[in-house]
Every structure is written in structure tokens, then in C-alpha cells.
Write a protein that binds this ligand. Structure first.
Ligand SMILES: NC(=O)c1ccc[n+]([C@@H]2O[C@H](COP(=O)([O-])OP(=O)(O)OC[C@H]3O[C@@H](n4cnc5c(N)ncnc54)[C@H](O)[C@@H]3O)[C@@H](O)[C@H]2O)c1
Length: 351
């Protein structure tokens, strides 16, 4: 492995998938840290509006390209963040073969780029590598329970193979590779139409449509706010020595989908009814990260409570400022609290 150039000298970071939800926040954070940023994206699910404020900045370069094609950048890089891959099930299932190619060939191309540049590499892996987990909460040493033939397999197995490649490059000393297993993350710049649970419920509530819940709504998820997640990625990329193991990044507070829907209704002041639909195949029943490793190695844990993060997300989707939304939420919360005999957010665990 070629030695990494000192960060103070060149500071160039490539973000594959940089026009997506997480990638655009990461690009912004890296620019703020003083990096020159190269965003590589094929705009499959990424959007120009996510990076419009960055395009034209002197230290920002946009390369419109599919990562399944080897990259020729014509300049050296010090850091490679691989976030390229649609993350929402309807989007990654729309062309499952391309999803597998993105996860496997795309990751391989970016690992090669990191190896030839002596750059550090960070892979955005996922809690989906645990499948429908039989162990709870999920620790990194749990090997998972994944269906390799189901409709989610292109993503789950693609990401698992990508992890295999990452650790093979690391073991062979070909690149300094780190792997983040990201759990459900939400926030501004999610695509309102890509079928993820938070954006779905928020848009339905704002548009006064029924809130759709798959199954009975008692399945659980943990929700991490985007700024917390990006901070975790930056720490994992920068930590020394290399952890040499995957690291879970997510919020360990667990909520049922029904609880999430109820909070969304409260914060939007919506009276939309809830509509129950059949549970999709292989939908995980429980999800909660054990973040002991991230705490120990990175000194990281999420800080933004669900209520605050949701308010910011709702403000983004409603194109309202936060104070306007706070007042809606306050009115709605008062009326709910008087109906529920004074139950507070803290009682419900949302604060
Ligand atoms: N957001 C989450 O909750 C979450 C959870 C677990 C893992 N992740 C991982 O984090 C990464 C980013 O997720 P996100 O939520 O920002 O999703 P996103 O869909 O908003 O972003 C993915 C980006 O990758 C780009 N892309 C997809 N295929 C590509 C290809 N072949 N070549 C070049 N660009 C390509 C898309 O255009 C998009 O800009 C993904 O790898 C995802 O698997 C996200």
C-alpha cells in the first residue's frame, strides 16, 4: 500500500454518491473542513438541487459518472467515501442487477482508485447486512440473517459482497479501508418520493393524506438524524489506528412505526387517519444498533433527539422555517396532551 499523503498537504476527498441525501451533507461538511471535494454521481437517485449551493465553488468539482465504469479523475485524491447506491427499496429494486453491479463493481472500481492513490477509503455499508435479524440489538459480530434470493437481496447481498471486498483489500494491505454500517437515517434532502418511511409519513401528513403503515406498525426502527450520521462518518474516516472491523452508526433509541406515525401527526398538526397495508417481503421486524464500538473507538453517539430532527425534516419538506413549525407543534401538542391527560414528549421517549 502506498503511504497516505498527509491531509494538511492536499486534502482532496472524493464522495461517490455525493448528490444524494447523505452524500450532499457529507460534501458540505468536508468543504467546511477545508477539503477540496470531488462529487461523483450518476444522478440515479441524487438530485442537482441537493448540491446546487456547492456547484461553482472553487473547491468543489462535479463528475457525472456511473461508478460501475472505472474512474479517471486526472488528479490525486486522499480520501474516498463510497456512498454510491440507491438506498430506498423501491429505487434499488427498480433495476436490481444495476444495484448489484453498483455495490460490487462500483465498490471494486473505487477501491482500485483508493489503492492506486494511497487514499483512505470509507464504505457506506448498511444495517441491511443483518437482514431480518434474530439477535437484538445488532452488534457488529452478528453475521446476519439475509435471504439471498428475495427482492431485497440485490442491495443486502450487494452490500455484503462490498464489505467482503473492503476487508480483502485491507487484509492484503492494498488500501486503508473503513466500513460504516449505517442504520436508518433521516433529515432534510431526503427525496420526498423515494418511499422511505420518514419521508413517506411526513409527506402524507403534510398533504393531509392517510398515513400508510405496512404490517401492524409494531415493527421497530431506530432513526438517526443526518448531522449525527455525517459526524460519525468523518470520525471513522479520520480515526487512527484503523479499527479493522465494521462500525455500526445509528441511533440506538428504538421506536415502533406506529409511534413514529403518531409523532409525525403531532408535529405537523395533521388529523390524517392511519391506513394499514400488507408487510412487504423480507421486511425486518426489529432494528436497533449496538453502538458500543462507535462509542469506544470514535467517541461518537447521536445527539439530535427524534422530535428536533423531525421538526427540521418537516420544515424542509413543508418549506417552512423551524419557528413556524414549532408553533404548529406546540398547539398540536397542547391539544393532544389535554386529551391524553398531560402525557409529555419525555414520557413518550421522543424528547
Ligand atoms: N439513508 C440511510 O438511511 C442509509 C442507511 C444505510 C445505508 N445507507 C447507505 O448510504 C449511502 C447513501 O444513501 P442515501 O440515503 O444518501 O441514498 P441516496 O439514494 O439519496 O444517495 C445515493 C447516491 O448514489 C448515487 N448513485 C447510485 N448508483 C450510482 C452509480 N452506479 N454510480 C454513481 N452514483 C450512483 C445516486 O444518484 C445518489 O446520489 C448508500 O450507499 C446507502 O446504501 C443509507
Amino acid at each position: 500500500m502506498r503511504r497516505s499523503r498527509k491531509i494538511e498537504q492536499t486534502r482532496t476527498a472524493l464522495v461517490a454518491g455525493g448528490a444524494g441525501f447523505l452524500g450532499s451533507h457529507l460534501c458540505e461538511g468536508l468543504l467546511h473542513d477545508g477539503y477540496r471535494v470531488i462529487c461523483v454521481d450518476n444522478f440515479l437517485t441524487g438530485r442537482m438541487e441537493n448540491i446546487v449551493s456547492l456547484v461553482g465553488q472553487a473547491r468543489f468539482r462535479l463528475v457525472e459518472q456511473d461508478v460501475c465504469v472505472p474512474l479517471e479523475l486526472g488528479e490525486p485524491v486522499d480520501r474516498v467515501f463510497n456512498l454510491a447506491c440507491a438506498a430506498s427499496p423501491p429505487r434499488y429494486q427498480a433495476d436490481p442487477v444495476h444495484t448489484t453491479r453498483t455495490c460490487v463493481i462500483g465498490t471494486l472500481n473505487l477501491l482500485e482508485l483508493a489503492a492506486s492513490n494511497g487514499a483512505r477509503f470509507l464504505q457506506a455499508s448498511t444495517s441491511e447486512v443483518y437482514g431480518d435479524p434474530e439477535k437484538h440489538p445488532q452488534r457488529e459480530d452478528y453475521v446476519g440473517h439475509v435471504n439471498c434470493t428475495g427482492p431485497r437481496a440485490c442491495y443486502d447481498e450487494g452490500k455484503r459482497t462490498a464489505e467482503t471486498l473492503c476487508f480483502d483489500y485491507l487484509r492484503a494491505d492494498m488500501a486503508d479501508v473503513r466500513v460504516a454500517r449505517i442504520f436508518n437515517t433521516y433529515g432534510p434532502r431526503m427525496d420526498s418520493a423515494d418511499g422511505r418511511i420518514v419521508s413517506n409519513l411526513v409527506m402524507q401528513a403534510l398533504e393531509r393524506r392517510p398515513l400508510t403503515i405496512f404490517g401492524d406498525g409494531r415493527q421497530t426502527r431506530s432513526f438517526c438524524y443526518v448531522t449525527d450520521l455525517v459526524e460519525g462518518l468523518r470520525r471513522l474516516m479520520n480515526v487512527d489506528p484503523n479499527p479493522g472491523q465494521p462500525v455500526n452508526l445509528g441511533n440506538p433509541r428504538e421506536f415502533s412505526v406506529l409511534e413514529l406515525a403518531s409523532l409525525v401527526r403531532e408535529l405537523t398538526g395533521s388529523r390524517s387517519p392511519v391506513k394499514f397495508l400488507p408487510l412487504p417481503q423480507d421486511d425486518p421486524r426489529r432494528r436497533r444498533p449496538d453502538i458500543g464500538r462507535a462509542k469506544a473507538l470514535l467517541g461518537w453517539s447521536p445527539e439530535v433527539p427524534l422530535r428536533k430532527g423531525l421538526l427540521q425534516t418537516i420544515a424542509y419538506f413543508a418549506r417552512l422555517d423551524e419557528p413556524a413549525l414549532e408553533s404548529i407543534a406546540a398547539i398540536s401538542s397542547e391539544s393532544l396532551s389535554s386529551r391524553a391527560g398531560g402525557t409529555t414528549d419525555r414520557d413518550r421517549g421522543w424528547a
